[in-house]
Design a protein around this ligand. Structure first.
Ligand code: NDP
Length: 490
């Protein structure tokens, strides 16, 4: 993939409803490129009436087209075709994503697009491999548990990984026979609509997957509260997740899957092995997508014996990234999504320093042409547990460093009052790793690594304020169905 001119890319900006792009009559919202802050498009926000049309058409489509009732194998076949079309459209999808999101083009083409197609294939495989149950009852009767789709699922995705987040929501929901109305973040709206367009080309009936554009307050809220939405699946901040959960409860006691924020610790013991490898893992863990990932490992908790050496390596790694427009093939380092996010990172770093933190690397915005916000990888030492940078999800490339002497102290430092999404444990001592796995309050524990794999069988989801339910894995597929109990007397 070579550099491309972001001005030359063309796309449709409407809501994708019932197999067509439709311009909603609502307010228009400007959309900016994160790399240079330039306004490059507008969306017409779907108001309650447009959302109602999308949901009503989705409900009709899933029934009239037979999507909810056809053999699961047929649904699986359609999802396989969809994944193939996504791979075939890789270059265009990658450009759309690189212009509008924080992901450099090389990264999108090598990882994000294949990852998106692979997640859909995983759920295509699930479609006909999950059965109900026959339950032991009296001899002249038959008890059964039947899985069936909910109906229309409302999905809301954030701006950090628009393509893969859409696949994590739509893959399981569609494989299970539901229809989906999805609202992407209004900051990154276009690649998701393209996915829906490809779904229709793949033979998924028009109306079964719809994309509505707009803000959370208007479009998201209308979606969550719509009476025909039977389940809500959301990824985003903990505060918004709680608001959505209460709205879903008030408008139909709908089940929710919430994939929320994190403040994940990375615990490094003296016996962690090759220090260069460990430093690289820690560094990638908090700088990938410039720290704009729910799973970012942003709290380094390191044993005293290795602390100085590891910190020195991290300081050196922090000097390496260079900002570059996301449409340049050589760019590897992501901008922050927008000015608001940039100012949030800047204000938390400043507040952390005011509370006594020492900046060991970074701590500032990169100088770079245009109005993009590229934040330097930042290390903060001398942070107490109540320091704002230890407590708050920053969503920027900022790592706090805390030192411990023994395992007991490490576990105490790892604890967080709000979040429990992920944790990293770096040690070659297996019994210690097992003790830590048991002790840590985290929905995912990575040992001697700090990143996902393409093994979609491993679900993801948080404890406490980091959410409920799981994305990915068989669990996300099962959670896309409701169970009906049946008792037949002969
Ligand atoms: P939000 O959680 O507010 O937004 C995520 C999605 O939810 C967006 O599509 C948003 O739309 C929508 N939304 C917001 N309010 C509502 C509502 N009342 N009803 C329905 N949908 C709603 O995250 P932000 O984009 O505002 O980012 C703020 C912070 O959230 C970040 O700094 C970061 O800490 C965290 N975050 C965590 C993510 C994760 O992966 N866990 C992802 C993104 C952010 P809209 O964009 O219009 O608000």
């Amino acid at each position: 993939m070579s550099d491309f001119d972001p001005e030359k890319i063309t796309f449709s900006s409407g809501n994708y409803i019932n197999g067509e792009y439709i311009s909603a009559p609502g307010d228009s919202l400007g959309v900016k490129r994160p790399s240079d802050g330039q306004l490059y498009a507008e969306i017409h926000q779907a108001d309650a009436q447009t959302v109602d049309a999308a949901v009503t058409l989705a409900e009709a489509a899933r029934i009239d087209s037979g999507w909810s009732t056809c053999s699961p194998r047929e649904r699986g076949a359609a999802l396989f075709r969809w994944a193939d079309l996504i791979d075939g459209d890789s270059e265009y999808l990658a450009k759309l994503e690189a212009v509008g999101s924080t992901r450099p083009i090389t990264d999108v083409i090598n990882h994000e697009v294949p990852f998106t197609a692979a997640a859909i294939r995983f759920y295509a495989e699930c479609a006909d491999k999950y059965s109900g149950d026959v339950l032991p009852t009296r001899k002249n009767s038959l008890g059964m548990l039947i899985n069936e789709p909910y109906g229309v699922i409302g999905a809301i995705t954030p701006w950090n990984f628009p393509l893969s987040m859409a696949s994590w929501k739509c893959g399981p929901a569609l494989a299970a026979g539901n229809a989906v109305v999805l609202k992407p973040s209004e900051l990154t709206p276009f690649s998701t609509a393209r996915l829906a367009e490809l779904a229709v080309r793949a033979g998924i009936p028009a109306g079964v997957l719809n994309v509505v554009q707009g803000s959370g307050q208007t479009t998201g809220n209308a979606l969550v509260t719509h009476p025909l939405i039977r389940k809500v699946s959301f990824t985003g901040s903990t505060v918004t997740g709680a608001a959505i959960m209460s709205q879903a409860a008030l408008h139909g006691t709908k089940p929710v899957t919430l994939e929320l924020g994190g403040k994940s610790p990375q615990l490094v013991f003296d016996d962690a092995g090759d220090i260069d490898e460990v430093a690289d893992r820690i560094f990638q863990g908090f700088t990938a997508n410039a720290g704009q990932a729910c799973v970012s490992g942003t709290r380094l908790i390191v044993q005293r014996g290795i602390a100085a050496a590891l910190t020195e390596k991290l300081i050196a790694l922090c000097q390496q990234p260079q900002p570059g427009m996301t449409w340049q093939a050589s760019s590897r380092y992501s901008p922050l999504i927008d000015q608001r996010q940039g100012e949030k990172v800047a204000s938390i770093v400043a507040a952390s320093v005011a509370q006594g933190a020492e900046i060991l690397a970074g701590g500032q915005r990169f100088e770079h042409p245009g109005d993009g916000w590229f934040w330097q990888p930042t290390l903060l030492a001398k942070v107490a547990c109540d320091n704002v940078a230890v407590q708050q999800e920053i969503f920027g490339p900022v790592l706090t460093i805390q030192v411990f002497d023994d395992e007991h102290e490490a576990i105490a430092l790892a604890r967080h009052d709000v979040f429990g999404l992920c944790a990293g444990v770096h040690t070659l001592n297996l019994p210690r790793a097992m003790r830590l796995i048991n002790a840590l309050d985290a929905g995912t524990v990575w040992v001697n690594r700090y990143r996902r794999t393409h093994d979609f069988i491993i679900p993801t989801g948080g404890f406490q304020g980091s959410g409920m339910g799981k994305d990915l894995g068989r669990q996300a597929f099962e959670a896309s169905m409701r169970q009906k109990s049946v008792l037949i007397d002969f």
